[in-house]
Design a protein around this ligand. Structure first.
Ligand SMILES: Cc1cc2nc3c(=O)[nH]c(=O)nc-3n(C[C@H](O)[C@H](O)[C@H](O)COP(=O)(O)OP(=O)(O)OC[C@H]3O[C@@H](n4cnc5c(N)ncnc54)[C@H](O)[C@@H]3O)c2cc1C
Length: 415
């Protein structure tokens, strides 16, 4: 959608085909962290009012990033810098709300209930996309932005491979209430809490507080935002309420073989049983989970693909460089691709050369992010590894030079 906005603003005719049946359908997860790379791409591609709506619909921004042990004792606290503008900050976004923002104003180019199955080339070289309902559409360029299981990639690069990262995650939402917030560790929120526990198990905690609830603005929503949000049609489609979001993960061998078939309360019980020595507040928080929101994710990562001969079918985002959530940059990299592809296609270079420019650059930073994310996802499983990790975090917390270096690396990765 970011690419489609950017191309349309540049006067290029664009059509988007989406598998979801309607604007509201699909469960696309809960929270996504948008960093300056992602914000920069969105700002460049979206109409200015829509970018402002995106900013106004973000949750309260995280102020710090805190590492904790399983007893909720802090090992390292990184205070995030005050934003200098509406791009250079960390944003916590509800995925479904971001989707509504990106659909806004695109009703004429967006077709739901269209499942892409294959493409073919016309005698004049143009490309035709074929859909499961028997319809098709022909254009100059096909961009597969169809996620981790991309059927466009399956046909374009049949040799491209995905690997299991050996990690299973379980994510869920807890309604934000006085009881649930009282269980969150002190000194972390609004912020991001990361529990690193023995046996390579971990849990991330997010605080998602929005300026509206149930399609209506809260009393506190301020001046310009109030006007902007009141005029935004996406509010009608959005049923977001404030929530806490937890995401647990561990290596696949720590979980039962049927974990991917489990859901709801059963999964919540499983996470509780796997973490008997974790702080009681975490168990009480798990118990307050809305069971209908709990689901497992088998984390996968892509294997580097060698450059290919460019034509008029290309790929963007997870379709080409699925990565583990280790650095939280998969969506940001997808947005960066969208912006770069807009720049390439509006550079005045002929079509195949412009696509080739985009692919060269995208493969370099995309797979660098895949590999760095994989490294960051390695779990400290043994006692020695965990002790070393904790020593490193505590030392970084206390020694200003180490802390500055840690922060500089964090800001570098996140653009
Ligand atoms: C637990 C977890 C946490 C994460 N946290 C972060 C984070 O904080 N920050 C971050 O940057 N990244 C994060 N990521 C990664 C991020 O979610 C992905 O990288 C991002 O969603 C990729 O976007 P995309 O548009 O390429 O693909 P997707 O978001 O998967 O979108 C693909 C779209 O294509 C549609 N589609 C699929 N198949 C077809 C078809 N055959 N025909 C038509 N349409 C089709 C889908 O319905 C969907 O709308 C996280 C990932 C996980 C698993």
């Amino acid at each position: 959608m970011c690419l489609a906005h950017g191309l349309r603003r540049a006067g290029i005719d664009v059509v988007v085909y989406e598998r979801d049946r309607t604007r509201r359908s699909g469960l696309h997860g809960y929270r996504v962290g948008i960093d300056p790379h992602g914000s920069r791409a969105l700002k460049a591609c979206l109409p200015p009012d829509l970018y402002r709506t995106f900013v106004a619909t973000c949750a309260k921004p995280p102020e710090r990033f805190v590492f904790l042990d399983e007893h909720l004792r802090r090992t390292l606290t990184v205070t995030l810098r005050e934003p200098t503008d509406d791009v250079n900050d960390e944003k916590s976004v509800s995925r479904m709300t971001l989707r509504q923002v990106l659909f806004t104003g695109m009703e004429d180019v967006l077709h739901f209930d269209k499942t892409f199955i294959r493409y073919s080339h016309e005698p004049d070289g143009r490309v035709t996309a074929h859909f499961a309902d028997g319809t098709s559409d022909t254009g100059d360029l096909l961009v597969g932005a169809d996620g981790v299981n991309s059927p466009v990639r399956g046909q374009r690069l049949p040799h491209a491979r995905l690997e299991d990262a050996g990690i299973i995650a379980v994510a869920a939402k807890v309604p934000m209430t006085p009881e649930s917030t009282s269980l969150m560790p002190e000194g972390v929120f609004p912020g991001i809490g990361l529990v690193l526990a023995p046996r390579g198990m971990a849990c991330i905690l997010h605080w998602m507080e929005f300026p509206w609830a149930d399609g209506a603005l809260k009393d506190g929503a301020g001046g310009n935002d109030r006007e902007l949000l009141a005029a935004w049609p996406g509010l009608l489609f959005d049923n977001t309420r404030d929530y806490l979001n937890w995401g647990f993960w561990a290596s696949t061998d720590k979980l039962p073989a049927d974990v991917m078939q489990r859901s709801g309360a059963d999964l919540v019980r499983l996470v509780t049983a796997l973490t008997p020595r974790w702080d009681e507040r975490l168990h009480r928080l798990f118990a307050l989970t809305d069971p209908s929101t709990c689901f497992p994710i088998n984390i996968r990562t892509s294997v580097r693909v060698e450059p290919w001969a460019t034509d008029n079918v290309t790929l963007l985002g997870d379709a080409i460089h699925t990565m583990t959530p280790g650095q939280g940059v998969g969506a940001n990299t997808a947005l960066r691709d969208a912006h770069n592809l807009v720049l390439a296609l509006t550079s005045g270079r002929p079509l195949p050369a412009a696509v080739g420019d985009y692919e060269r650059e995208m493969l370099a930073y995309g797979f660098a992010a895949v590999e760095a994310s994989k490294k960051q996802s390695s779990l400290a499983e043994g006692r020695v590894a965990l002790a070393a990790q904790r020593t490193f975090l505590r030392a970084t917390d206390r020694i200003p030079f180490l802390k500055r270096r840690f922060e500089a690396e964090l800001y570098e990765v996140r653009g």
